[in-house]
Design a binder for this molecule. Structure first.
Ligand code: HEC
Ligand code: HEC
Ligand code: HEC
Length: 121
């Protein structure tokens, strides 16, 4: 299992920064809809949860920019909204904590072996 996952990761991202450690920018819809891009601190989350919580049970595809997430889904408890619901973690009303990216950031991976959370990119 671990070896298979390692091979999968290498195949998925041969030269990109490692998503496991960096931050993932989600900006398929945000800026076009007038809010800042979303900065998702992958490392911060992945040290707290197993991969399969998000990549199997929640259905997040393991490819930056692959997931089409809308706020209605989050409010319905899907994607980020499974946890960001004021019970497991702070809720969807905290717009700026997720929509913290600088204008113009493209979907993809930024950063390296650190987490940064809101306010860095
Ligand atoms: C827990 C994280 C989180 C919070 C909190 C959050 N969002 Fe989002 N939001 C996202 C993600 C992820 C996307 C999809 C990003 C993309 O691909 O552009 C998104 C997309 C959007 C979009 C574009 C898509 C759509 O559904 O119209 C708008 C507009 C938006 N958010 C507004 C808001 C507003 C306003 C708030 C606060 C009331 C808020 N968001 C709070 C994570 C969050
Ligand atoms: C809290 C949820 C969560 C957990 C836990 C999580 N991930 Fe992710 N992961 C995401 C999200 C969200 C994305 C970005 C998807 C997007 O951009 O549409 C992502 C993206 C990725 C990518 C894509 C990177 C790229 O280069 O395109 C890989 C690979 C990945 N995760 C691997 C893992 C591994 C391995 C683990 C466990 C060690 C893990 N993830 C744990 C939510 C999570
Ligand atoms: C499996 C549960 C889970 C999912 C799914 C999840 N989060 Fe979180 N997230 C958490 C928890 C728990 C915290 C810590 C909350 C706290 O400190 O009060 C957190 C914290 C954060 C932080 C703050 C990090 C910091 O440095 O303080 C951001 C930003 C964030 N999440 C964005 C997102 C976005 C965007 C998504 C969807 C793409 C998402 N999260 C999906 C559980 C989750």
């Amino acid at each position: 299992m671990a070896a298979a996952l390692g091979a999968l990761l290498l195949a998925a991202a041969p030269d990109a920064p490692w998503a496991e450690y960096g931050d993932v920018i989600l900006n398929r819809r945000s800026e076009a809809q007038g809010v800042r891009p979303v900065v998702f601190p992958h490392w911060f989350h992945r040290i707290r949860y197993r991969c399969k919580v998000c990549h199997q049970e929640l259905g997040f595809q393991m490819r930056a920019g692959a997931n089409d997430v809308q706020m209605t889904d989050i409010l319905d408890g899907k994607f980020c909204g499974m946890c960001h619901n004021e019970r497991i973690a702070w809720g969807p009303d905290r717009c700026d904590l997720c929509h913290s990216g600088l204008p113009g950031l493209k979907s993809g991976i930024v950063g390296g072996a650190q987490t940064s959370g809101p306010g860095r990119w």
